[in-house]
Design a protein around this ligand. Structure first.
Ligand SMILES: [Zn+2]
Length: 202
């Protein structure tokens, strides 16, 4: 799935199961960081720009879904993040959940344009080749199923943000989150205040 869906979906889970901003941020990041192994894309584009050639996507294809989408990546990401947590044991378990939720979502919807372009989860990588998991019915990355999940997760997150007073923006910037939530709550109040018009009795 797209990094945006991973990000908002992980924040949704984190916001339900944690009770403080720091742990919420950490549990959210555990659901996003597996895709850091796709940053080779930046190197690919940079190399192409420097040499004035078309990008080959060498680093992206070499490392994406292979470095941080397995058990070793899980240990590394969770160990690093949990170090900064308030409730370490609890947060480690929650990170384990959001990390593997990321893998499950990728298994469901990371396919390329053609039906044969399946993207497996190589859970043993980068140390071992096996196990390798794939699903023949995998959705296209830009397919309607992925877009539907993204919209549902996004709407749910806005609803929860207006209710709880914090949103996924808090992971990026706390002050900006305050402004964002204030706007959301104003919209919600305006929308709810409208309601059905009742005609006054004679
Ligand atoms: Zn991924």
């Amino acid at each position: 799935m797209s990094p945006i869906t991973h990000f908002i979906g992980s924040w949704l889970v984190a916001s339900v199961v944690t009770d403080n901003p720091r742990d919420r941020k950490i549990v959210t990041l555990a659901g996003v960081l597996p895709d850091a192994d796709g940053l080779g894309l930046v190197a690919d584009v940079a190399v192409a720009l420097i040499h004035g050639k078309e990008p080959t996507f060498h680093y992206y294809q070499q490392y994406h879904h292979l470095l941080l989408h397995g058990w070793l990546g899980a240990i590394a990401v969770i160990a690093l993040l949990t170090f900064f947590a308030r409730q370490r044991t609890r947060v480690a378990l929650l990170c384990l959940i959001t990390f593997h939720l990321h893998l499950l979502c990728d298994l469901l919807g990371s396919r390329g344009p053609s039906p044969a372009d399946l993207w497996p989860i190589c859970y043993g990588e980068p140390l071992f080749r096996h196990p390798i998991w794939f699903w023949k019915g995998q959705w296209r990355l830009d397919g309607w199923q992925n877009q539907t999940v993204c919209v549902v997760v996004f709407v749910l997150s806005l609803w929860l943000a207006a209710k709880r007073g914090c949103s996924f923006v808090e992971v990026l910037n706390h002050r900006l989150d305050g402004v964002f939530v204030e706007v959301l709550q104003k919209w919600r109040d305006r929308f709810c205040a409208r309601g059905p018009k009742v005609e006054p009795a004679d």
